[in-house]
Design a protein around this ligand. Structure first.
Ligand SMILES: Nc1ncnc2c1ncn2[C@@H]1O[C@H](COP(=O)(O)OP(=O)(O)OP(=O)(O)O)[C@@H](O)[C@H]1O
Ligand SMILES: [Mg+2]
Length: 416
């Protein structure tokens, strides 16, 4: 069965679409009403939205099929795909303002959005493997549009929308890492989402508040980069900067400098293109600048056995380089960075980890030692001016980059 909807951006009708209820996918895109409000990165050719791209975007709003425990949850909910779940909650999210309005239903954003309207814990509890409170499960939940592979649920705590996120595997380290990353960024003055720790039935969870408001939205780097074709000779880093520049997004270089420094310190392995982005006004479409840093939990050897903690042997890096030692060379300035502010951070990490039944003392020692080493390694890089450690290959990465050309002229002067 196919059903007609209007793709909405808060109160603005964007396009007329048809959703196939069996698959939950967009089977047709009809009239476009407001081209400027089409989701960022979706091509519009001669006034018509690209159906395939819009469908990918729509499917990307659903809980990923790789989510921990999703198969059992779908059975409990008696639903066959996460896309169907998405349709049940009209695609409403707590990270942006897009949704679908059943044609001729007269439903308004103010009646249904999750920022102002309460929502049930049912889906969240099922996703956490806890079953639901009553016989009638409410499928209307912002959890239906939550991304990422870790178990997570939105909950209203003291009137605030909070994201509660678990850890993975036998070590369950991610929530502790999120808290540590918050403390590091707090000390270094890096704009960030603040995570606190919650322990329930011995399992750790990180809790953070929604950083999006009814007036704003998160647009991840992935979609920013879809707004422009990336020529083969342009690096991903440069492509992101170029895309942001064309759109007029401010303060991107400074913010990437800070993100890459944090990720170097915590040996983050999962800063993929949906784990950072920018904020824009959902109403005026004005760019607010880079989003505060979120999702830093897949770091500090979170999935490695103790023997590998501190080792760079199997450590990967994203998004711009696959090695942190290369990625850190993209940082244009360390002038803002005072590493002395991290004095004692290893002991603070020990305090954060205290009480975990998954992380024993030897693992804790290894983690604290490795963290201190990362700070020391960064310190030894920072004392050298950027132009002295930048490799030849990186000229390419930072071509057209103002900071680089300044450095380059300094370097040439220095070589003479
Ligand atoms: N505090 C927040 N406010 C608004 N949206 C958020 C917040 N935290 C996360 N999100 C959104 O939810 C998505 C999933 O959250 P998050 O990235 O923390 O989960 P994850 O399971 O760790 O993801 P991954 O698969 O990258 O490991 C994010 O990509 C972002 O779009
Ligand atoms: Mg993520």
């Amino acid at each position: 069965m196919a059903k007609r909807y209007i793709l909405m951006h808060k109160n603005i009708p964007v396009a007329d679409i048809v959703i196939d209820s069996a698959s939950g996918s967009i089977s047709a895109v009809n009239q476009t009403y407001m081209e400027s409000h089409v989701p960022v990165g979706i091509p519009v050719i001669k006034g018509k939205l690209n159906r395939a791209a819009l469908n990918e975007w729509w499917k990307g709003r659903a809980i990923p099929a790789s989510r921990d425990g999703i198969k059992h949850a779908l059975i409990d909910l008696n639903i066959s795909t996460t896309q169907q779940l998405l349709e049940k909650s009209l695609g409403l999210s707590l990270s942006d303002q897009y949704w679908i309005c059943p044609a001729d239903s007269g439903i308004k954003w103010s009646d249904v959005n999750f920022f102002d309207n309460p929502f049930s814990d049912d889906v969240g509890n099922v996703l956490f493997g806890k079953g639901s409170s009553g016989d009638e499960i409410s499928l209307i939940s912002p959890d239906n549009t939550s991304d990422g592979w870790l178990k997570k649920k939105w909950q209203i705590i003291d009137g605030r929308r909070c994201l509660i996120k678990g850890g993975s595997g036998a070590i369950q380290q991610e929530p502790y890492n999120e808290v540590l990353a918050s403390r590091i960024m707090e000390r270094l003055g890096i704009p960030h989402v603040s995570y606190t720790l919650m322990v329930q039935d011995d399992y750790p969870y990180s809790v953070c508040e929604d950083f999006i408001t009814p007036q704003t939205e998160l647009i991840t780097a992935w979609y920013i980069m879809q707004t422009k074709q990336k020529p083969n000779h342009v690096s991903l880093y440069q492509h992101y900067l170029n895309s942001c520049e064309v759109l007029g997004i401010p303060r991107v270089v400074e913010s990437l400098d800070r993100m890459m420094v944090l990720d170097y310190i915590i040996a983050n392995e999962d800063r993929h293109q949906n784990n950072f982005g920018v904020i824009r006004s959902a109403e005026t479409l004005e760019w607010g600048g880079p989003a505060p840093i979120y999702d830093s939990g897949s770091s500090l050897w979170f999935a490695s056995p103790q023997a590998l903690i501190g080792s760079t042997r199997k450590l990967t890096c994203k998004p711009f380089k696959n090695d942190h030692n290369e990625q850190i060379k993209l940082v244009t300035s360390f002038d803002w960075l005072d590493l002395s502010l991290l004095k004692g951070i290893d002991e603070e990490f020990r305090e954060i980890l205290r009480g975990s039944i998954f992380i024993d003392e030897t693992r804790c020692d290894a983690l604290c030692f490795a963290l201190r080493k990362r700070v020391e390694m960064l310190a030894s890089l920072v004392i050298k001016p950027a132009h002295m450690y930048r490799g030849e290959d990186l000229r390419f990465d930072v071509e057209k980059n103002v900071e680089y050309s300044k450095d380059q002229s300094k370097e040439e002067e220095w070589e003479r």
